[in-house]
Every structure is written in structure tokens, then in C-alpha cells.
Design a protein around this ligand. Sequence first.
Ligand SMILES: Nc1nc2c(c(=O)[nH]1)N[C@H]1C(S)=C(S)[C@@H](COP(=O)(O)OP(=O)(O)OC[C@H]3O[C@@H](n4cnc5c(=O)[nH]c(N)nc54)[C@H](O)[C@@H]3O)O[C@H]1N2
Ligand SMILES: Nc1nc2c(c(=O)[nH]1)N[C@H]1C(S)=C(S)[C@@H](COP(=O)(O)OP(=O)(O)OC[C@H]3O[C@@H](n4cnc5c(=O)[nH]c(N)nc54)[C@H](O)[C@@H]3O)O[C@H]1N2
Ligand code: SF4
Ligand SMILES: [Mo]
Length: 764
Amino acid sequence: MSQTTTSDARAGEDETTVHTVTCPLCECMCGLQVHVRERDQQVTLIRADRDDVWSKGYLCPKGTTLGHLHHDPDRIRVPMVREGTRWREVTWDEAFDRCQALLAPIIERDGVKAVTAFIGNPVGHSYSLGRYAALLMGQAKFPSIYSAGTVDQWPKNVACVLMYGNMWMIPAPDVQRTDYLVCMGGNPQASGGSLLACPDMLGELDRIRAAGGRVVVIDPRRTGTADHADEWVPILPGTDAAFLLAMLQVIFAEGLDTLGDLADAVNGFEAVRELCAEFTPESVETFTRVPAETTRRIAREFAAAPTGAVYGRIGLCNQEFGTMASWLVDVVNIVVGKFDTVGGMMFGNPVNWPLAWMASTARDGEPQFGRWKSRVRGAPEILGQVPASCLAEEIAAPGDGQIKGLITIASNPAISVPDSARLEEALPLLECMISLDNHLNETTRFADVILPGPSPLETPHYDELIWGWAARSAANWSPAVFERPEGTPEEWEILARLGWLCAGNTNDTFDVKPLDDGFFSALCRYKGLDPDEILPLYDEGGPDRMVDLTIRTGPFGDWYETVPDGLTLESVKAQPHGIDMGPMIPRARELVCTPSGRIELAPPYIVGDLPRLRQRMAEADDRRATAGDRGPTAGEDLVLVSRRHIRSKNSWMHNVKVLVKGKDRCTLLIHPADASACRVLDGSLARVSSEAGSIEVPVEVSDEMMPGVVCLPHGWGHDKPGTRQSVAREHAGVNNNLLAPGHFVDELSGNAAVNGIPVVVAPA
Ligand SMILES: Nc1nc2c(c(=O)[nH]1)N[C@H]1C(S)=C(S)[C@@H](COP(=O)(O)OP(=O)(O)OC[C@H]3O[C@@H](n4cnc5c(=O)[nH]c(N)nc54)[C@H](O)[C@@H]3O)O[C@H]1N2
Ligand SMILES: Nc1nc2c(c(=O)[nH]1)N[C@H]1C(S)=C(S)[C@@H](COP(=O)(O)OP(=O)(O)OC[C@H]3O[C@@H](n4cnc5c(=O)[nH]c(N)nc54)[C@H](O)[C@@H]3O)O[C@H]1N2
Ligand code: SF4
Ligand SMILES: [Mo]
């Protein structure tokens, strides 16, 4: 385990230790070299690890700022409890006592149904949080929980559970070997790529083109990714399903379809041929604003390309027809033989099998959507959750089942959830709010207890989930650069304890070991191993033990000294620059776990949404007819979409000065024709209003927007009282979720439609 090397201090300079770690911030999983000055334990430099077998020297500006996050004086380092309007720093024991004192009366009086959790994005990037959030939930038995997932990828989860049998078996493009990439509703230039792990996506796009391939970006905005593409195809938000159906129509009508090697592994092929027949490129042209000849050409080019992948991301999920669009992306790949093949859409082949892959509809039965409905709005449960925007009313509306206790886990719902003004009003009504978070921010300011997580440099790291859709089978384990203060529990232990308390127990009887051993034993049994034989092999539990199990019983594992030269966590740890076990391989036949054992190309649940799409298309036609022949007129029918920026991560990195300095990034992007029709000038303040609310924001006029669509970044709005984020406060911006109506969702998944929100823009 040679993670740390001491560099030769140059004469007269301080001695520096260089730590080799993986950046935990996004799916690029870049290898970093963190220089720490021994004298005062300051991070003096972070640069790319050129020897990292996966990222090979790639990194972005965020990765170089992990030291800023670590040293941020505003970061919470000790537990805090609220006393009236003031915070008091307390010991961990005192903090846990307060948690018990707050939770116990609620659970005793109203039952555990009055308590819930909100799970945030960093949970997906932390093996400590990710795995043990499940242990919290398993113990607590909350009837419902909330997460950032329903403002993110829930539609993809619904499509995948129905098509492949598991909601987290999400195919990703084999980007490093593809010739033709269609990127819809994703902007890897800013995001690094999502549900697709590959470092340096722009470099890959350049490679594709240099090798004679083609890159097409389909997006209402001419993004930084589009700048690296051959072609930008503007599309109206929320209309991608119609565009993809038209692509399918062309493919079938022109006989370009083939299932290739998957002919005997797919159900529903004929059903797809029939259902797309009505959607000619001409019939969807006014709805999508994609010219029919463009759709036709892309369908032909894509089918003819030697390899290729149509990839869709958050723009296709966070919209009104999210599930349908997320489903159709995969269908297009499958029916032209570009699925489960080199250079096409493929399942990952991770060194560690992700725990999320354990579920299988073949074994557990098909998902029954709508097993229960949310108390106030009656929103149907989908994959165990209702829309995140329901939380506000579940807290605010009195009655049996009212939420009185909330545990937020690495989340900032006061910013990230639609209709956020309502949630802000509701959070102070809680009897108990416990936040596992390292910032006093827009959400945690309402907490009764804040339990601080580690800085990104204070925790060991392994990307257990993300490798599941990575472009290569690689692995890397990072040690913590800094130790946490003595007596600080790991986050997984905190989650186990909160689960214990929610199950009606008390702190004095808490013992993490039996809980952790029980969890681990279940994983052993899942792999056909006897826990009584495996458990004694380990001195310590926790997430590392699970990673070891999932590596050893994974595709390259040693199966506990049964397979010669097989991998273990120790062998991964021995390689500080990571190990690489090769590119993606076809795995569909092995992984697909639907009851039929086949890929379900036409799940009735999703196909059943076609009438809603037809209706929306008809409404658009009616609007056009009423408008006469003048077509879409500037400034009318404006809709709002979200964006990301490479120097920012959701809501929580705006307290890093080097990232937020410079030009204001929280601006309303608007096409010049719309700007003049709305009488707003570049640099002036505009008032943007929707049915949910109204905000003021500086205008940035740019032809990178297609006419009719305006764009705001998400994750801003840091001017709230009671937070402790001095830098973010100076660069507050506004929260675009004040404009997002909570009821505007993709009906099949309950996922928020934060793209395509009708808005009116006027001078402020
Ligand atoms: N309008 C609009 N809304 C959106 C989106 C959009 O595109 N448009 N995107 C949506 C998406 S995709 C997502 S994922 C969500 C994100 O929504 P959230 O997950 O609710 O928000 P984040 O901003 O990621 O907040 C993460 C929180 O975790 C804390 N944190 C960071 N690291 C750690 C750690 O290691 N341990 C602990 N305990 N805490 C930590 C931070 O301080 C912060 O409070 O927002 C969604 N909301
Ligand atoms: N730097 C940085 N990186 C991040 C994050 C971050 O906040 N900052 N967040 C992380 C998280 S939590 C996630 S989920 C991922 C998301 O990763 P991406 O999916 O790449 O997210 P975005 O960069 O928001 O790109 C979404 C694109 O969809 C477009 N779009 C909006 N509506 C539609 C539509 O209806 N149809 C089509 N075709 N396009 C549409 C938008 O214009 C935008 O260009 O990024 C992750 N990486
Ligand atoms: S792209 Fe940036 S944020 Fe993402 S892993 Fe690499 S350095 Fe970290
Ligand atoms: Mo996300």
C-alpha cells in the first residue's frame, strides 16, 4: 500500500508529502496528487496524477480545489446542536444523545412513519454513505424516503428495471471505441459525463472526429460539448421521445433494423416496429423543431456507422417525458445492432460488483408501481419513492402520517428540489431535523443537530457505484490524506447508529459490529459463501470489507484464494495509480435479469404513456394553428432549462473562492430575438416568472440558446439568513427551483420536470 511518497524537499523549502488519491467529486474519477506541507499540514498543490491508469493525467479545475474544501474555515468540523437561534458545538456523545432525545418521542407517539430521510448526491460518490444508507433504511423501516434521485435519473431507473430487470443496470456508451456518438441532454464539457464514466470526454469526442467518426449533440443549447461536435441539433425541451420515435420510424421504414447477435435475447421487437410507425419525421417536426430531413439523415448515418451509440442524460430525464425518452434511447441502439457490442451501448464490467446490482425482477418479481400513494398529493410510489417535491406538503399538512422528523444525508433539498420556497417554509415546522453534512447551508440551517461529514481529503475513497457504468474495468482505492479528529466516527457508523435510533433503540445499546457483520453476512450468502468461513478472515468491518468481498467475488476476483492471481482489495491497494483490467465487454446475456430472461424492448408500462405524448403533440399543433402561419414568435412560449458549469458542483462548491471568482455565472441565457421581444438587455436584470414563483436575475444574451428556450444554472441562491458560507454569500445567485412547479413531473417515474418549465421574461 504505497499511497504516500515523500518528495525530496528542495533546498530551503518545506518538506512536502505527496498523496495519490482519486477525486470523489464526479464520475471522471480523476487520479490526483495532493501535496501536503508537513510543517503545518497545508495542502500546497493538487495536480493530476499522470500515472493514473484510468485518468492518465486528466483533471478539471474542481479537482485542484479539494484543499480549499478541506481548509475552508466555514466547514463544520464538530457536531453542532441548536439552542434557540444559536448553535453550540458539542461532543459526538452529546450530539447522539440529542438525536435520541429528538427522535424517541416522535417514534413513540406517531411511529416511524412520521420520520423520513432525504438522500443527496454525494451519497452516490461515497462508499461509506452509499452502502450504509441502506443499513439505516433497513433498520428504520421508513415507509417512504426522498432523494435527489427523483430530480435526476429516476426515469432511467424505471426504464432499466423494466428492460433489463435491475434499476441500476444502466448501459453506457463505449465512448473510447465508438465511431458515431449522439449526445442528447447531456453536457459532459460541464458535468464530466454522467451515468457514463470516462475521463476527458471532450478528448474522446475529438478522437472520434479525428478518426473520421461523427459526433452529434441534440440539446436546446449549443453547449461546450457541442463545440466539440460535428453538429448541433437544437430541440425543444421535453420532445426527445418524439424525435427518437421518428428515428425508429425511419430505421424500420427503410429496413435499417437489425438485432445482430441479440436476436434471440430480445422481446418486443415487433411491438416497437408497430408503435413507431405513425411518428414520421415530418409528423414530429413542429413539435421538436428538428427538421425532418435532419432526423432522417441522423437515423441513416447512425444505422450505417460501423459502431455507434445514442446517449441520453439529465436533459432526457428531468423532463415531462423522461421515462419514455430514457427508454427510447436504448431502443434505438438495440434495433440497429449497436447494443452490447464494441463501440456501442454496453453494460459496465466493474472489478467490484456494485451492491445496487443485487436486485433482479426475475427473482423479486416485476416492480409494482403505485403500491402506495403519497398522503397529501396522492402521488404514486415509483421504485419506493414519490417526487422529492412532495416532502414539503408531507411536513406541512397535519394529519396521520405527517412527517415530524427528517434526516438529511449529504443533501441540500432547500435548493435542489422543485418548488423550493415551499420546502423552506416547511422545514422549520419539523420537530426533529438531523443533518449529516459538512456545511451550514440553506438546508442545514433548519436542523436541530448537524453531524459533520469528513472533508474529501479526510476519508478513504472507493467508487463502488460509478465503476458500474465505466468505459473500462478499472479500480482504484484511496487512503485518507488527513486523519479526522480523534473520536470522530466514520460516516457509515453514524448512519448505522441513526438507523438504530430510528428503530426505537437507544444509544447505550448501540454496537455497530453485529449490524455490520449481519449486513456483510447477507452479502456473503448472496454470493453463495458461508459467512462463518469468511467473517473470521477479517480483523475489521466497514466499507473496505465489503469492497474486498465484491472485488474477490467479482469478474477478476480471487474467490478467496480459489482463483490464482485473482484480485483482492489488497492487490488494488498495492497499486496507488489504479489497476486496469481492459475495456468493456458484451455482458447482456449474463446480466439481464427480467422474468423472461430477455431484454424487454416494449414494456407495457412505458408504451402506455404514448397517448399522453400524442396529446401533448396535438396541443402543440393547436397552439401553432391558433398562432396562424407566423410560427413560433420571439418572446412567446418561452420555456426554461437548467445547466451546469465545470467550476461548480450542484449547490455546494460555491464557497470555494477560486471557483466562483470572475464573471457572474448565475445568469439567464436567452436568444437575441427573445431578448429583444422581451425587452431585456444583456447585463440588465430580468424578472423571470412561472406558475411557481418569480425571481430576478442578470441577463446574458447569447445565440447559444435556441429561440424559445431560456436557461438558468441550478444550485444557487446562497443569500439566506443563518448560513455559514461567507464566500458563497458574496456570489449568491438565485435558485432556479423557485420557478419549478412541484407537480410538473414525468408521470411514469415521478421525476421532476425541471426542464421545459413555461416562463415569462420581462425587464425587472
Ligand atoms: N432545477 C434543477 N434542480 C436540480 C437539478 C437540475 O439540473 N436543475 N439537478 C438535480 C440533481 S441531478 C441532483 S443530483 C440534485 C442534487 O441535490 P442534493 O444532493 O440535495 O444537493 P447537493 O447540492 O449535491 O448537496 C450536497 C450536500 O452534501 C454535502 N456534502 C458534500 N460532501 C459530503 C460528504 O462527504 N458527507 C456529507 N455528509 N455531506 C457532504 C454538501 O455540504 C451539501 O449540503 O439537484 C437536483 N436539482
Ligand atoms: N461541474 C459539474 N459537474 C457535475 C455536476 C455539477 O453540478 N457540476 N453535477 C453532477 C450531477 S449530480 C449530475 S446528475 C450530472 C449531470 O450531467 P449532465 O447530464 O451532463 O448535465 P448538464 O450539464 O446539466 O447537461 C444537461 C443538458 O441537457 C440539456 N437539456 C435540457 N432539457 C433538455 C431536453 O428536454 N432535451 C434535450 N435533448 N436536452 C435538454 C441542457 O441544455 C444541458 O445542456 O453532472 C454531474 N457533474
Ligand atoms: S473532472 Fe474534475 S471534479 Fe471530476 S473527478 Fe476529475 S478533477 Fe474531480
Ligand atoms: Mo445528479
